[in-house]
Design a protein around this ligand. Sequence first.
Ligand code: C2O
Length: 512
Amino acid sequence: MKYFDDQQQCGIDRRNLLKGLGSAAAAGASMSFDLRQSAIAQENPVDCSPIGVRGKTPKPFKTDSSLPVRIRKSAFDLSGQEIDRLKAAYAALRNLAQDKPNDPRGWLRQGHVHCWYCGGGDNGRAGEEIHGSWLFFPWHRAYLFFHERILCKLIRDDTFALPYWDWDSEGRQTFPSAYGDPSDRANPLFDMLRSARPGSGIPSAVISPRSLSLTMNAATANLFLGSQNNTMGAMERQPHGAVHIWTADTTMRSARNDMGILATASQDPVFFAHHGNIDRLWSVWLSLSPQHRNFVSPTWRTHAWQFYDENSVWTQIQISDVLDTQNSLRYDYQPPSKKPIWTFTPRREPSIATAEAPTAEPPLVVASAPQGIELGAAPVTQTVAIPKPLESKISALSADSAPEYVLHVEDIEVPGDRQAFFNVFLNLPGANASTSVEAANFVGTVTVLAKNKAQQEHQHNAFNAAFDITDALSEVAKGAAKLSVTLVPVAPSEAGAEAGRISFKRVYIDTL
Ligand code: C2O
């Protein structure tokens, strides 16, 4: 069973894996389900389109209030019985994929739903991109909802709920053991193309009290959830992408399988526990402060997607349907039994610029390069002189100032087959990959996942990132004549000479 040991090195060849599995099955290994299901995916999914939808009119989603409220628990807090139920649900899903490959609810089809919404398969057909914008949270909530209901249906248990992987709870910066290791390969939650193991510790570059606190303290919906103009929200930037990358490859340099790549991420069952936690933290963020609110924009609230439901009915659900998890979707979260490692600090209400009360200053442009500034393996620093009016405003900032200043890094372009993972520091031009994120100069992390294993013509990955830098300015820019922004690659990917470059076009500071 050598191929299982090889998984620590990424770049494993799925065809060899299939061969190995074939012989394992032939050897009559006793398994509660057919492990080949874990490896039926192609190198890159070729076609992720939803099947059998031509000519179908989707049925609008309706709440079924007769259903019990499903209680999602931490994967670390599940009882033995609950873990068995979880395994039974995924075994049923994998078996469905094998027995009825054209059932739209089966395991691989479920995986392809995510692929469809993140760039699509090799055939160039894709749905709407739901990463890198204000669609990120609600789409994943809807996806998890239908996935969970399908699992309920398959095991005939309407109380079944997905667990969440609370990497933000004390002592839980590790991989949840329920999801298995190579000695437990009959476990339907195990994925052979994953490098994280129970007991592997998540490094502080991925999860730290400081970076989680920055995320959970994001002051506005634009900053936390992401914005309409392709700006990633704080959670998607950190730690969403980094946990994906680390799960696929704990060295983080070359996350080229399952969780590390958007096209295949949800072929690892732990995807749903990772996103369960992200979804839970959306609700937690809303509960932290009356200033934390969802968008009211009708454009956002009426935005809709289609999914197959647990009865294989092609269903349309809109964002307003997913905002009340308890009453509309019939699930809720049991808080983790451990405290969070992040802290929330209440702040004064930001004064948001309006047409009547525009902000005083024009944006401060730190860098602008239409042809792009390359971000290779070395840190890149951009510097600008601080104009006098801004200088005096910065000196007036104090620890209890309302959030006001936002740093934008825009048109971050990442080739479809590459990942990007970098930290951003203010006024610390010497920052490098070992600079602590505890430094007051640290303002956040950006992670962009590879979409696909091989670069496709149609793949274009361009995102913006926005950081609340009010506190950082008050701590590290008072009295400074210049302001510098340093982007520090955390785990530069091992890209060949032929790999496309990672670049960004604009860096500027404006106000909320
Ligand atoms: Cu749709 Cu965690 O990615």
